[in-house]
Write a protein that binds this ligand. Sequence first.
Ligand SMILES: Nc1ncnc2c1ncn2[C@@H]1O[C@H](COP(=O)(O)OP(=O)(O)OP(=O)(O)O)[C@@H](O)[C@H]1O
Ligand SMILES: [Mg+2]
Length: 475
Amino acid sequence: MRRMFRTFRTFRAKLLVAFLGVVVVAEGLTVLALDRALAASLQSQLARRLEDQARGALDWVAQGRHKAVVAGRLAAITATRVTLFDERGAVVGDSASDRVVDVAAVTGSPEIVAARRDGVGRDARFDAQAGDAVLFVAVAASDGVGVRLATPLADVESAVALVRRRLLATSAVVFVLAVVVAMAVARLLARPLSAMRDTAQTIAQAITQGRYEAAVVVDEGAHDELGDLQRSLQSLSSQLSQAEARRREFVGDLSHEIGTPVAAIQGYSETLLHAAVDDATRAEFVGVIHRHAGRITRLVDDLRFLSTEESRPRALRRREPVRVADVARHVKRALQPRTGEAGAHVDVIVADDTVAVGDPDHVERVLLNLVDNAVKYARGGIVVRGRREGDHVVVIVEDDGPGIPPEHLPRLFERFYRVDAGRSRAAGGTGLGLAIVRRLVVDMGGSVDVQSTVGQGTRFVVALPSLDTGSAPAS
Ligand SMILES: Nc1ncnc2c1ncn2[C@@H]1O[C@H](COP(=O)(O)OP(=O)(O)OP(=O)(O)O)[C@@H](O)[C@H]1O
Ligand SMILES: [Mg+2]
């Protein structure tokens, strides 16, 4: 129980971790992408504004005489650092002139080189003077004279940082929600599993304790794959218990079938042993004992036959052409004494091309059982018919006996099932005849059916696979 519980929790934990892992990765990627996009967009906006301002300043510069003063004024207006350069790219004024140390470095900077080449250039880099990341935008006229504006990127960065903080806060809330949802989903998914675990446990316990009826667990289950699995498990458990119920019924029936003749043998033999009986009575008792012993022998034979047939592998079954007309005539001859005794008559009307495929011994045993039953019940007329019907051979055994009430028909082929138990036993029947018939017919790939009208008679219809017309057997 403990181990089961732990396994179950592990399953839930795995589900939870997987789900939350996906959420965290998705959130992380989203924050990263938004962060990048926002920074890029803000920076290019700033660059465009600086470029516009630089172009305005360039017109102004063209007229100005004292470049250093112009740079200072422009810087005050645009709130940027302003650098002016001449036709050769040399710095001629800088609003931060007191801090410009390396004029060559300014002249050779990427934005100025680009501006003198293309008219406009920009660059963002760490600036040692400003002690910060700085965006430089330079524009130059066709003669090479130009203006460069510079502003720290700190504003852009703080804007991005603000958005990033908001995003992270939102992500945290989403994560908490995801944990709640994931736990609910994991619980939902784990429920049918735990139901299945319970079912399996119940079945296992019931089987260990031999309480098969307790192995039937009924629970609706979910309408998904897990629910299907749960229902399969349940149907398995109910099959188990049904099989067990059938087995018990069989053992009960069998004890009853054997008990009756054994009791008779016991009773008669005790009388013979302990009482003084005359020769005629002795002979009669020995006859009774012999008859009951014979019944036990038949019962054991039939049961052994049934169980061998049930366990015989499919591959080992015989599949040969069987000429039904020959078999029917043979059966009629074999039952002749009994038929005569009963004052009945067997007509065999089987077309010569009625050739089935199967085990000849089995086909004979099937007909023996059916004709034997007919002889037991017929008033006089028994007919065995045989013909081809499509890819089947149909064999019919018909009698004009008392018939069988319809309520008995569904169970007629079960082991030990009898319509009139007393009469069948008195006639020496084991009640296994039709069970054997069905077993053999089904094993040969055929089917057997019964039709009966009370007061008119009974008809057993056996269908067997027929031999291909093209390969008729040599007789
Ligand atoms: N032709 C028939 N007419 C009327 N009832 C029949 C006929 N065939 C079978 N039955 C009924 O079906 C029951 C089952 O038949 P089945 O052949 O299995 O057993 P049985 O004949 O009693 O015993 P066994 O065949 O083992 O000697 C019979 O007991 C009888 O009640
Ligand atoms: Mg029978």
